[in-house]
Design a protein around this ligand. Sequence first.
Ligand code: ADP
Ligand code: MG
Length: 591
Amino acid sequence: MDKSRQKQLTLWLKAQRYLAKRWLNLSVILGTGSALAILLQAYCLAELLQLALIDHHPLSQLYPWLAMLMGCFILRAVLHYLREKVGVKAGEVLRIAIRQVIVDRLETLGPVWVASRPVGSWTTLLHEQIEKMHDYYARYLPQMTLAAVIPLLILITLYPINWAAATILLLTAPLIPLFMAMVGMGAADANRRNFAALARLSGDFLDRLRGLDTLRLFNRRQPEEQAIAETSEQFRLRTMEVLRIAFLSSAVLEFFASVSIAIVAVYYGFSYLGVFHFGSYHGTVTLFAGFIALILAPEFFQPLRDLGSFYHAKAQAAGAADEIEAFLSQTEKLLPTLPEQPTLLPRGTALTIEARDWIIYSIEGVHLVGPLNFRLDVGQRVAIVGPSGSGKSTLLNALLGFLPYKGSLLINGHELNTLIRQDWLERVSWVGQHPRLLSCSVAENISAQGTLSQEALQTIVEQTGIDEFIDRLAQGLATEVSEESTNLSVGQAQRIAVARALAKQGDLLLLDEPTASLDRHHEQRVMQSLQMASHQQMTVMVTHQLDQLTNWPVIMVMEAGKIVQTGDYTTLAAEAGLFQRMISHRSGEIE
Ligand code: ADP
Ligand code: MG
């Protein structure tokens, strides 16, 4: 990471501060309060000793000072506790806010774009990277302010008491940030290397875990084990490098702090011996003056020490921010322009769809499909067939509104990209090739809002063939679907997904090879229910099951992003062309 990027990231991290401004300010206020408590405590302690040892006051006169001292102890503990809490809260608020920004961005970009990157990269971005920013906001950032405020407060207290001691502290203080910065430059680099090694290690490990079967099959166990061992060793070395620098930097800090405190102590020693005659404003140097300076000297360096120990938080946050900032700035350009005057389709109106020179692009702007021209009337049923890669799924994704287009796609006369997306999606039911269920009960998966009556639910369950396996599950429809639906077979999950689409009763039913993962028997059963359901609203179905299409009024045949044939089964079967070849080769099923 070069210097200018590092600077840019530090600025970016600081700019996010406004997301939790109140908590961060509160943390600084509590820290300052805690510093004031330390000052008061030092004052009480020094005054007590002065009164007891030098001025020989009776014990009874010392009680108020003792009480105040105790009060300071308690106050400090309370403030410290509150500060810790507030810091954690600030970090939490910021993490949630940044996560929300990313999730919002992903939602705007849509599922097609999200699917173009491996799932792992999103979990890393949303979870690990953001977690790593916590300490920066919870500790480092408030400490930065305190590292300036607290030493200043101490100097303000000490100068009126003894200018010599205060000046010693003032002069030695800048040495620490200077040397720390020199060490810190190396630390940032080491940290970056450590991050890279960790990313490589986890990436390698995940890849190998995924390909475990293949590795075993090809007897690659030993070499892979060795490779993992090597990457782990790399990571260990990098971690040690970071630790070495971290220890070095704290050693530097301790050294200069000790030297500075020692000089203050030596100054007072010689003053009490009568060798030095400067520093005090009243001629003699009192025990009080010496004591308070020596109590406060370590406190003077403490905020810097704390800052040093949180330094890794900064390097870590910068490393994490690298990817987050890059993601946000790169996707900025890809965001769809929102319609200036969004149209609201009145609900419940039957739909017509018309494509005129409709050209579909990927979000990055690559031409995928088109130009297409077609018209779908109210309640029309259309099947789309074609070899894989011909653009069928792309067409459905574009109908859902997830892909940019040129030309025109009119829904009841309104341009698709002027519709409010959420509103449009609520009217569409969709089943994809890969069923994705939520981890809640089967019944909740089918009818998310629970709006379906018991009988209607039962009918859909029977229609889709869910009843065949549901009785074998321990709790029937109340069975919880596990994460990634591992407790169901793909075919079972697919049937639930179909049932969910039917239960939604949208105005447009989009089916993308809904029976792709079913066996022959279930395929026919589900197809039957879909055939039935397709009469209730406009339906666009992508399928490879050509023999099921005999009673579909319109079949569109796609090839290489174009519609090459349109017609019903008999017409197309009689026409020389792709459809005829597909039937005779049954290539649809082979693919
Ligand atoms: P089908 O569903 O007919 O099998 P798809 O619609 O999934 O085909 O894909 C059509 C073509 O578009 C394929 O060649 C695919 O590689 C390409 N494609 C799909 N999405 C993208 C994308 N985001 N960027 C670039 N090419 C894409
Ligand atoms: Mg497809």
